[in-house]
Design a protein around this ligand. Structure first.
Ligand SMILES: Nc1ncnc2c1ncn2[C@@H]1O[C@H](COP(=O)(O)OP(=O)(O)O)[C@@H](O)[C@H]1O
Ligand SMILES: [Mg+2]
Length: 212
């Protein structure tokens, strides 16, 4: 099985686990997460109830201290990806992929990766190594001195190592408008299957909230 098949199998397995209600949290905990989302103004869209439930299940897992990996929210624009990340995925830092690509142009690869991996405190707060990375795939391919680099592929690999080292403490929360096969096209299958391993992938569908 090559890695794109593994990725798709992984996504199917996650969906299956959700359907089978195998997340390890009780119904009451999921309902509590739903109420918390609604209290923050985050509502289920028509036709996107399953995605909403998947989000609530993930949140309940976090609240129960059982989360082991981050989140990969994918889907068309206006589906509430950034909104969810900003309200419910509290990492010490939030960066946009575009911002990383711009820094790459200015600084080069090594300095960008060092900046992202900063480790400058002796006593670090809980969420210090967690990162929110918004709008993966919206950045142009990095160009510097005639060289082209998918700097975000390097960043994903770095975040994967962080997650391997620290588990939940090094989780990353991603959003992207790209579907998994498009991610694989752009960043390579190896990087994309790492993404699927380190983050629970949830497809946010339903209507565009900005058009409502
Ligand atoms: N589940 C939701 N409930 C209520 N409003 C929402 C929801 N999802 C999105 N919105 C509204 O739509 C806007 C756009 O959502 P956003 O998260 O920026 O979309 P995306 O990142 O998927 O392109 C948000 O700022 C918010 O006002
Ligand atoms: Mg967004």
């Amino acid at each position: 099985m090559d890695s794109i098949d593994q990725l798709i199998a992984g996504l199917a397995e996650q969906a299956e686990a959700r359907r089978a209600g195998r997340p390890g949290v009780a119904e009451a905990q999921i309902e509590r997460a739903c109420r918390r989302m609604q209290a923050a103004g985050y509502w289920p869209a028509k036709g996107a109830e399953e995605a909403y439930r998947a989000l609530a299940t993930w949140l309940a897992t976090v609240a129960a201290g059982q989360a082991t990996r981050g989140l990969l929210l994918w889907g068309e624009p206006g589906r509430g990806k950034t909104f969810f990340l900003s309200r419910f995925c509290l990492a010490a830092r939030t960066v946009r992929a575009l911002q990383i690509a711009e820094l790459y142009q200015e600084w080069g690869r090594a300095k960008v990766l060092t900046w992202l991996e900063q480790d400058i405190l002796d006593v670090v707060p809980d969420d210090y190594y967690r990162l929110t990375l918004d709008d993966l795939g919206a950045e142009p391919t990095g160009k510097r001195f005639g060289e082209t680099t998918e700097i975000l592929a390097d960043v994903i690999d770095q975040r994967y190592r962080e997650w391997q080292r620290r588990g939940w403490g090094g989780a990353t929360f991603f959003s992207t408008n790209l579907a998994p096969p498009e991610l694989a096209d752009r960043y390579g299958e190896r990087t994309t299957s790492r993404l699927a391993e380190m983050a629970a992938a949830i497809h946010l569908d339903g209507p565009d909230w900005r058009m409502e």
